[in-house]
Design a protein around this ligand. Structure first.
Ligand SMILES: NC(=O)c1ccc[n+]([C@@H]2O[C@H](COP(=O)([O-])OP(=O)(O)OC[C@H]3O[C@@H](n4cnc5c(N)ncnc54)[C@H](O)[C@@H]3O)[C@@H](O)[C@H]2O)c1
Length: 359
């Protein structure tokens, strides 16, 4: 089996490429990346040392994509992944709205065309940020210690339950420009796969976290927070009263890799039901809780309060991965404390990491 991983030098793409060659000895993997993300370069020689071919190319460029070899599967992990990308807010990787659409939507169209021509299966890494911002921002929440909790005694919108946000939650915009590029890519991927009768899996991923992530304040928050704490960089609780009560769940890329391995063994054709893939409620953590963990691990460090809201921000976002669990007999293995410790150990081994991955 030959698998092409686009964004293959990124945090998730490189982890998927590595696990595929480790777990499936007969596989051939090609990583395709334009190396635009600061830090992506660090993965190139590691991948090559594992026998993974690394092709430097840009998904926006039709001739780069046309030069890709024939493959059985194309896993699309190339994107500008920040929810602030394309906005004028600080962060967002300095990406303009046009660049965001070109990377995340036109790039996907080029890859879908290539997959259709090669009759390859397609795995798309979508995002929890396809869910509508307004109803997410209005979820009934209660404060409990240093964390927001979903108030399950109040009426909840469709697609919300004690386990979090399911695939039935509203996707009508605004969902952020980032979310919209992913939602549009999902819609196009479904049409391409239905027409070509090639297998398609859409995985709506929650927040991913692990060692080696190119964390920034706007993207890769668990990695950024732990590295910044270890390096005694300035940290701020932004929005929601400036106390760090906002909550996210987190998933390790190895757990995503296990799920994708199951998907690659399918004999089904056409689009398969899309699923949320996340750490779920068991891994949900507020920033204040993460700070308490960091203080235990690295000693005290001050976090400033910045109550001014940030665009597209949401106080509580936990993805319910129940459908994926049922469809693939899948559960995340890595709990949040294991993930935090992995990042902390990486921070100790790489004290200059945030400089190396800063755009
Ligand atoms: N990290 C998360 O928390 C998270 C959550 C949900 C979904 N996702 C999705 O997972 C995928 C991977 O995210 P990640 O966290 O690894 O991001 P990342 O920034 O670490 O990796 C993305 C890689 O894609 C490359 N890239 C960007 N534009 C490209 C282009 N036009 N052509 C070729 N390569 C290009 C970058 O150089 C980078 O190496 C993305 O599609 C993202 O939207 C990530």
């Amino acid at each position: 089996m030959h698998v092409v991983v686009t964004g293959g030098c990124g945090f998730v793409g490189s982890a998927l490429a590595r696990r595929l060659v480790e777990w499936l000895p007969a596989i051939r993997v090609t990583a395709f990346d334009n190396l635009r993300r600061a830090g992506a370069e660090t993965n190139r020689s590691l991948l090559r040392s594992l026998g993974i071919a690394v092709v430097h190319g840009d998904a926006r460029c039709r001739s780069d994509v046309d030069a890709l070899p024939a493959c059985d599967w194309l896993i699309d992990a190339a994107a500008e992944p920040s929810v602030l990308a394309g906005t004028t807010a600080a962060g967002g990787g300095g990406t303009t709205s046009r660049q965001l659409v070109e990377h995340n939507l036109w790039g996907t169209v080029n890859l879908l065309e290539a997959a259709a021509e090669r009759r390859s299966g397609f795995v798309m890494l979508s995002t929890s940020r396809v869910y509508a911002i307004e109803p997410l921002a209005r979820l009934p929440l209660a404060e409990s210690g240093s964390v927001f909790r979903l108030d399950t005694a109040s009426p909840l919108p469709i697609g919300v339950g004690p386990a979090g946000i399911s695939e039935a939650f509203a996707t009508a915009g605004p969902v952020s420009l980032y979310g919209a590029t992913k939602l549009a890519s999902e819609a196009l991927a479904i049409e391409y796969a239905a027409q070509a009768r090639t297998p398609l899996f859409i995985n709506r991923c929650g927040v991913m976290a692990g060692a080696g992530q190119f964390g920034r304040a706007d993207q890769g928050i668990f990695s950024w927070w732990i590295h910044a704490w270890a390096a005694r960089r300035p940290l701020r609780y932004i929005g929601f009263g400036g106390r760090g009560l906002q909550v996210r769940d987190c998933l390790h890329p190895d757990d995503l890799a296990r799920l994708i391995m199951t998907q690659l063994s399918t004999t089904a054709t056409g689009p398969q039901p899309l699923v949320n893939v996340s750490g779920g409620l068991a891994s949900a953590t507020s920033l204040a809780e993460l700070s308490a963990w960091c203080a235990d691990r690295f000693g005290p460090h001050e976090v400033a309060a910045d109550p001014a809201p940030r665009p597209n921000d949401i106080p509580w976002l936990v993805l319910d991965h129940g459908r994926a669990s049922q469809a693939y007999a899948w559960q995340p293995d890595r709990d949040r404390l294991t993930i935090f410790e992995e990042i902390a150990a990486h921070a100790e081994d790489h004290p200059d990491w945030l400089d190396r991955v800063a755009n």
